[in-house]
Design a protein around this ligand. Structure first.
Ligand SMILES: Nc1nc2c(c(=O)[nH]1)N[C@H]1C(S)=C(S)[C@@H](COP(=O)(O)O)O[C@H]1N2
Ligand SMILES: [Mo]
Length: 347
């Protein structure tokens, strides 16, 4: 098994976002599909030479990162890049890698934004397995290799809007959740899907903490038609590379039209159920966090207005505030799921 410790990661293996963006442009220009070269340890000089922008690349960040078993290297060598047009294209600047991986919510590792990146270095993602349970034809415990094997990886660039009124634009690597769920043959009684995060007292200080406010494991859920929507995504990477632990390694959900707390990290259990499942934030404070949690500028949270958001990165000179859009701007894909529902009641 190949697990790289942070100290083994060469600065050349870490991709500053402008180099990454530049590589995407290069790949679009040449049709080369080789984001995986980053994971394999090198950036082709050619791509960098294409555009002076790369010269402005920031110094490489050094972060702990989980490089899982060798068997998934080949998967990362053949990633379909997000197209630069089409229904999911955002046209917005990517949030730098540094912010995506250092400004996090992952309460298992602590409650401050910097805690997940500082405290997750000992979190083990290999071996990893996911239990599939409930109303489906093929329940069981599957290794991560089994889970990933049939899926080709693609890049999806999505906005992520946290209920705390900040947002990012993140280039995820992964595959559609629907493709995964269908393999387990949900029955007609599977009306919802419930997800759970790993709990490891040894490596997760937030789980041990007497001040922790969540009743572990962190749990989330979707209605089955939401889960089957083309936008719901299982991410195993970002910026062309493996997910760092703080972003939910080795596998997490991304539901871009809902507040960030629905996008549950480090998943170990998927359960097909008949009744609407309990969810961690809703259990904690139901008047603040609904089950649906669709991004909605017209329905305010008691502590945060939801009609604008702070877009990361912030610089010394700017702290951009932009308008929040209904369904985080993904209404075309998802509005039909909520036809006839009062979104102020089902928040
Ligand atoms: N297991 C788990 N998943 C979680 C959280 C958490 O605390 N624990 N926080 C959620 C919240 S509130 C947000 S905004 C997103 C943040 O994802 P990111 O850190 O990758 O940007 O993760 C979500 N998934
Ligand atoms: Mo969040």
């Amino acid at each position: 098994m190949l697990i790289k410790k942070p100290s083994d990661i060469k600065p050349s293996e870490i991709t500053p976002e402008s180099v990454y963006r530049n590589r995407r442009q290069f790949m679009a220009d040449t049709g080369a599909l080789a984001i995986g070269a980053i994971a394999a340890g090198g950036l082709p000089g050619l791509a960098i030479a294409q555009d002076g922008d790369a010269l402005k690349a920031r110094a490489p960040v050094s972060l702990s990162r989980s490089a899982p078993a060798a068997w998934w290297e080949p998967k990362f060598a053949n990633i379909k890049p997000a197209p630069d047009s089409g229904p999911f294209y955002t046209g917005e600047a990517l949030t730098p890698y540094e912010d995506v991986t250092r400004y996090n919510n992952f309460y298992e590792f602590g409650m401050d934004k910097g805690d997940p990146s500082s405290n997750s270095g000992r979190f083990e993602v290999d071996p990893w397995s996911i239990e599939i349970a409930g109303e489906c034809g093929r329940p069981g415990t599957y290794t991560l290799e089994d889970i990933l094997k049939p899926h080709d990886l693609e890049e999806r660039i999505y906005r992520l809007r946290c209920v705390e009124a900040w947002s990012m634009v993140i280039p995820w690597i992964g595959f559609p959740l629907a493709d995964l769920l269908k393999r387990f043959e949900p029955t007609s009684r599977a009306r919802y899907v419930e997800f759970q995060t790993a709990v490891d007292r040894d490596t997760m200080p937030g789980v041990r903490s007497p001040f922790s406010i969540i009743d572990w494991p962190y749990q989330e859920g979707l209605r089955i038609d939401e889960a089957m929507n083309e936008l719901a995504f299982m991410a195993v990477g970002l910026y062309g590379n493996y997910l760092p632990p703080q972003n939910g390694a080795p596998i997490r959900l991304v539901v871009p039209w809902k507040y960030g707390f629905k996008s549950i990290k480090s998943i170990v259990r998927i359960n097909f159920v008949e009744e609407q499942p309990n969810t961690s934030w809703n259990d904690l404070q139901a008047n603040e966090y609904g089950f649906y949690a669709n991004v909605n500028p017209n329905v305010h949270h008691p502590r945060w207005r939801q009609d604008t958001e702070r877009r990361l990165p912030h610089t010394l000179f700017s702290r951009p505030i932009i308008d929040t859009r209904l369904f985080n701007g993904y209404g075309e894909q998802v509005a039909h799921l909520y036809e006839g529902m009062d979104l102020a009641r089902y928040y």
